[in-house]
Design a protein around this ligand. Structure first.
Ligand code: ZN
Length: 171
């Protein structure tokens, strides 16, 4: 069984006026992700929205401007993607969708052994989610037209790293 992880498609990362916007790179993957969500739903595969969701004074803000604070507009999923009642929402405070969340348990309960990744940033939350998934033996597929970063060089590096070091399929 496979599942789609839609990572950090949130207003602070995707809207042009978001605090940590990925700009055009993030805008350009929305249509692809919408198609992927429709494809997974049609086949009754789980669709999981992984959402950055920080405390006001989160330690991550030592490195990045404050973003995706719980219960603020910036932490909301962008309006261009529709969330259905059957979708799973995972809130996270760190880069990896597995760290401090019930994602692994949820996937096991659904008998998922293969996760497919889309979203942002390729070199941050996508990369570290892929690494944790590989460490606990999930197969990982990353859609290169469905991921983006505010740093194009880091995006390219992360795709290579996920392929060559982590053994992800990049398609
Ligand atoms: Zn964050």
């Amino acid at each position: 069984m496979k599942a789609l992880l839609v990572i950090d498609m949130l207003k602070d990362f995707i809207d042009q006026d978001g605090v940590l916007t990925t700009g055009n790179a993030g805008q350009e993957i929305i249509a692809f992700i919408n198609d992927k969500i429709a494809e997974f739903r049609k086949n009754n595969f789980p669709v999981i929205f992984v959402c950055d969701n920080h405390e006001q004074d989160d330690k991550e803000f030592d490195m990045f401007p404050a973003h995706c604070i719980a219960d603020t507009k910036g932490a909301e999923i962008i309006t261009q993607l529709s969330v259905e009642a059957t979708d799973k929402i995972i809130k996270k405070r760190r880069y990896s969708a597995f760290f401090g969340t019930d994602l692994d348990l949820y996937l096991r309960e659904k008998q998922v052994d293969e996760v497919h990744l889309v979203g942002v940033n390729t070199n941050i939350c996508v990369l570290y989610t892929a690494a944790d998934a590989r460490n606990i033996n999930y197969q990982v597929t990353v859609y290169k037209d469905g991921v983006a970063s505010f740093n194009e060089q880091a995006h390219d590096f992360a795709l290579e790293e996920m392929k060559n070091t982590l053994g992800c399929q990049i398609v």
